[in-house]
Design a protein. Structure first.
Length: 141
């Protein structure tokens, strides 16, 4: 195969892009990169709670995650009209200091599985984000 894969940036269907951006930026420390206003027009590059977003991109280190409203996704592909938000997709994010991250966010998130070392040698914990998606944060032992 000649095509090389370069990067994976998930685009998660959410009901509330602004609320999801708030969760990822304020709780998990991501930075807002870009957003598409619900009303149309130019993209926004500065996080503004007064602008309702249909789509947004956040970034932390080498991890990019996009969020898009169900309504917007259904306009692009009607198949999304019957899909549920969250729950059927998980993110696995490798971090440098899993203990520090855990200590920083544990009181403000829904912990699905507490910190443990797995059989495959990763120290990790699992949370549920505000839209119901499951995120594992892990560090190699």
């Amino acid at each position: 195969m000649k095509a090389n894969f370069k990067k994976l940036s998930p685009n998660l269907m959410v009901e509330d892009v602004n609320g999801t951006v708030d969760f990822y930026c304020d709780v998990l420390g991501f930075a807002f990169v870009l957003g598409a206003p619900e009303a149309g027009g130019d993209v926004v590059r500065i996080r503004d709670t007064g602008v309702l977003l249909d789509w947004a991109l956040v970034r932390k280190g080498g991890v990019d995650i996009m969020f898009q409203t169900r309504r917007s996704l259904v306009q692009e592909n009607f198949d999304f009209a019957h899909e549920q938000v969250g729950g059927s997709f998980t993110l696995f994010i490798e971090v440098e200091d899993v203990d520090a991250l855990y200590g920083m966010i544990k009181g403000g998130v829904d912990i699905v599985r507490d910190m443990e070392t797995t059989f495959y040698g990763m120290k990790e914990f699992i949370i549920r984000d505000n839209s119901g998606y499951i995120i594992t944060f892990a560090q190699r032992g």
